[in-house]
Design a protein around this ligand. Structure first.
Ligand code: GAL
Length: 678
């Protein structure tokens, strides 16, 4: 049973300090107590929920081991709170523990106080709910930056981490400044694309018989550039003549100026095409396999989605601007393809905003977009005319998550509208379907996706199908069978280390369910300017955390959907998204997802096989201090001399016989590719 203590009592140390300052003259008199909860706690990065001042993460009075506290900070593992002390702090004090709200014995959290250069200055034992609060007392003289960390060594479940009665005493007037991320120099590692041509688009693509195909040969290198393709299937066969000539609509065509391959193919089979890109300095070639059959989306989707930047503030103009920027930024030349509208292209159920109002469906039930999207077909044509594909969003319930019109009982009509407008991708949420089915059986969870799958199959267009139900019912185990090209494995990501790393490093074990045409989706990218609304901010991930994000997502063979405002791409963000050797890890035709092959405290090694027999390997450091991370060949099933190449720098680093070690920055990564040495 919980023991209730009287409400807040003044903490002993500040009270004593106050007394001492009265007695000890001006120097001490200026000392100042800064309660943690009075600082800008919106900068706390955490794995679940929101931080609370003077309450637990679920908004209850803070309670640890039966003791109640009226002051403190309620967070959730894994969390970090970075404080710039400017060297003015004297001491830190708190009582830490897992909040009683999760129930005796639940949750596992280690609390850490991390100083400059990532030095762990203090650390608690492993704590669980019910344990008595542990005092965290630390002198801070000379410490410039203090990071409060609450980590769960394994799963973060029930990691309701409280810093009760927490305060920092300053030796003069002033307050610690909360930082959203580590202030690090944004070092660009990606080399500039070479002036000679290099082809970067996917090496394999699937298309259904008779359905329209659009494949843009993505190539970097100086312009002007021309394109050619050998063995492009024309759709004409030796027997065509016997039956009155070939169908002019069947067969593929390449535009030599734009590099776009368009057309349709009726005969199932695998067609091997050799692509060429040529400029004044040289020529590149690449084999492309076009697989005509039931399976599309053979490599993870590469593109942009409106949600993480604009959310409910999306408009057709912003979508067009994103498509324009995909081209003008040069990202299209690295293989980026989809321009996806998320929620809020539909009419809202009760918004006062006139641009979200209007008739929801016409007399025959066809969906009518909101006034911000007056011409969906025109918008799709606009995007296709740039060599890109376009996507949209809906939900199986009556309303989307944002409260707009969704597809309940209009699935076939909606699929027909998408096809008629020319859409190529559907992200299908779960929202408000809970009103129809509680989702407490597997059949119930699967049903809306089966219904929409059948609807999409009934239209004569290839529409990539992306499930967005946050991993319910272990969707990775059945997403492929129900016809998903990808499925979200988690709740929504945000641009914090707690969220991104929490999601990314939790994907271990899902790798057995990924393969060409069906991929796990750990949610969209949070680099660049994001904001989920009209007001955008630069991502709160530090530069090293951003390298970790992109490297891990590529290793995971995740769909990569850029979440930032494409019109405000800065050089660093662009460099993260345009490293062809890194993107190749994501787009590898084998479609393998990396698994964790070594775990050593805060360091992890993840690896996956690539089509050419090499391996992509990520050496990750989740800790706060730079450290050496090592991968043993035995962890990779390798023997003998191997050539190691640093993928971000695009440089060979040497040949190694048993293992490879590299220094990895805090929250950073070294991403390498390993081949048997010649
Ligand atoms: C959420 C989904 C987000 C976004 C949003 C739209 O459920 O996870 O990615 O699509 O709905 O309302």
């Amino acid at each position: 049973m919980k023991k209730n203590f009287p409400a807040w009592r003044p903490p002993l140390i500040p009270a004593l300090l106050a007394l001492a300052s009265l007695a000890a003259g001006p120097a001490l008199r200026a000392a100042q107590t800064n309660y943690l909860a009075s600082l800008d706690i919106s900068q706390v990065s955490q794995g679940w929920g929101e931080p609370y001042a003077n309450q637990s993460v679920e908004g209850h009075a803070i309670s640890i081991g039966g003791q109640s506290f009226s002051r403190g900070l309620g967070t959730h593992a894994n969390s970090q709170f970075i404080l710039d002390l400017g060297g003015h702090a004297d001491s830190f004090s708190a009582r830490v523990g897992v909040d009683d709200e999760v129930g005796q014995g639940n949750g596992t959290v280690i609390f850490k106080l991390v100083g400059d250069d990532g030095k762990v200055l203090w650390q608690s034992k492993e704590m669980h709910a019910g344990d008595a609060p542990v005092p965290a007392e630390l002198p801070l003289t000379g410490v410039k930056q203090l990071t409060l960390v609450a980590e769960s060594p394994d799963a973060i479940d029930y990691g309701h981490a409280d810093w009760a009665d927490a305060y920092i005493v300053y030796n003069k007037k002033g307050r610690p400044k909360a930082l959203s991320s580590f202030q690090e120099e944004a070092v660009i590692l990606t080399p500039h694309p070479a002036p000679r041509p290099r082809i970067n688009s996917a090496k394999v693509m699937g298309v259904r018989p008779g359905h329209e195909l659009l494949y843009t040969i993505a190539a970097t290198g100086d312009r002007p550039m021309t394109f050619a393709a050998e063995h492009l299937p024309t759709g004409r066969h030796w027997w065509s003549g016997l039956f009155g000539g070939s169908d002019p609509k069947v067969g593929l065509h390449l535009d030599p100026q734009t590099g776009r391959i368009t057309g349709t193919l009726k005969m199932p089979g695998t067609y091997k095409v050799t692509l060429h890109a040529k400029n004044a300095l040289g020529e590149a070639t690449r084999e492309l396999k076009i697989v005509v059959g039931p399976q599309i989306g053979l490599t993870p989707a590469l593109g942009w989605n409106s949600w993480n930047c604009f959310a409910s503030a999306v408009t057709a103009e912003k979508v067009k601007a994103a498509a324009d920027a995909m081209v003008t930024s040069g990202l299209i030349n690295h293989g980026w393809t989809y321009i996806n509208i998320d929620d809020f292209w539909e009419v809202h159920r009760d918004s006062q905003d006139p641009t979200l109002q209007g008739p929801q469906r016409d007399a025959s039930g066809h969906i009518i977009p909101n006034p911000r999207f007056p011409d969906m077909k025109g918008l799709a044509d606009y995007v296709h005319d740039k060599g890109l594909r376009i996507g949209l969003y809906s939900s199986p319930g009556p309303w989307t998550c944002g409260g707009c019109v969704a597809s309940w009982q209009h699935e076939v009509l909606d699929a027909q509208s998408y096809a008629q407008w020319g859409f190529d991708y559907l992200k299908y949420d779960w929202c408000s379907y809970g009103q129809i089915d509680k989702g407490d059986t597997l059949a119930g969870l699967q049903k809306p996706y089966r219904v929409m799958r059948a609807a999409l199959d009934s239209v004569d267009r290839d529409i990539l199908f992306s499930f967005c139900q946050y991993g319910m019912g272990e969707v990775w185990k059945w997403g492929a069978e129900v016809g998903g090209n990808s499925w979200r494995t988690t709740g929504d990501i945000n641009d914090s280390w707690g969220s991104m790393a929490g999601i990314g490093f939790r994907q271990n074990g899902h790798e057995v369910y990924a393969g060409p045409g069906h991929f796990n989706d750990p949610d969209m990218l949070v680099v660049g300017k994001v904001g989920w609304g009209p007001n955008l901010h630069p991502t709160h991930l530090s530069p090293n955390e951003q390298y970790t994000h992109i490297s891990l997502w590529c290793l995971l063979a995740a769909p990569l959907l850029i979440g930032c405002d494409m019109t405000q791409l800065d050089p660093f963000t662009l460099s993260l998204l345009s490293n062809d050797e890194v993107l190749e890890v994501d787009q590898d035709p084998l479609g393998h997802q990396a698994a964790r092959v070594a775990l050593n405290g805060q360091t992890e090694v993840w690896a996956k096989d690539l089509e050419d027999g090499s391996k992509a390997v990520g050496l990750f450091n989740r800790g706060y201090e730079k450290t050496i991370v090592k991968v043993n060949w035995s962890d990779l099933g390798l023997k003998g001399k191997q050539t190691v190449r640093d993928l971000w720098r695009q440089q060979d680093v040497g040949q190694f016989s048993d293992s490879y070690s590299a220094e990895v920055a805090r929250h950073g990564v070294v991403l390498v590719r390993i081949w048997p040495a010649k």
